[in-house]
Design a protein around this ligand. Structure first.
Ligand code: AMP
Length: 113
C-alpha cells in the first residue's frame, strides 16, 4: 500500500489538526485516542511515513517501541491500571482504519471487561 500524505495522523504530525499530546520527540508522537476504548487510551506513532509494520524502518520502529513501553508504564501509573493491553493492526482486513503505523496503549483494570 502506498503511503497517503493526507491521512489523519500525517495531518496531526504536521500540526494541521489538533490532538491531546502525551509525548513528542524528534521521531515519535503520542496522543489520546479520539474514541477511547478504555480510560487513558493512547496512540503512539513514528513521525516517519510508514503505513504499517511492513514498511517502517528498523530505526523508526525501535524508537517507537521504546516510547510504547514508556507510555505503557506511565499510563499504568497515571491511571492506577492493573495491566496494559497493546494493540497494533496492519491493513484493513486486520482492523486498521488509519493507514499510518500506530500502537494502541490501553490501560486495563481487574474485573473491567
Ligand atoms: P486502527 O483501527 O488501529 O487504525 O485505529 C485507528 C484509531 O485512531 C481509532 O482508535 C480511532 O479512534 C483513532 N482516531 C481516528 N482519528 C483520530 C483523531 N483525529 N485523533 C485521535 N485519534 C483518532
Amino acid at each position: 500500500m502506498t503511503y497517503d500524505d493526507t491521512n489523519i495522523f500525517a495531518r496531526i504530525i504536521r500540526g494541521e489538526l489538533p490532538c491531546h499530546k502525551v509525548w513528542e520527540d524528534a521521531s515519535t508522537l503520542a496522543f489520546l485516542d479520539i474514541m477511547p476504548m478504555t480510560r487513558g487510551h493512547t496512540l503512539v506513532l513514528p513521525k516517519a511515513r510508514a503505513t504499517s509494520i511492513y514498511d517502517v524502518s528498523g530505526d523508526d520502529l525501535q524508537a517507537t517501541i521504546a516510547i510504547v513501553r514508556r507510555i505503557a508504564m506511565a499510563a499504568k501509573s497515571a491511571f492506577a491500571a492493573d495491566g496494559v493491553t497493546i494493540q497494533q493492526f496492519n491493513e484493513a482486513a486486520s482492523g486498521q482504519s488509519v493507514f499510518h503505523l500506530h500502537f494502541h496503549i490501553l490501560p486495563r483494570w481487574t474485573d473491567v471487561p
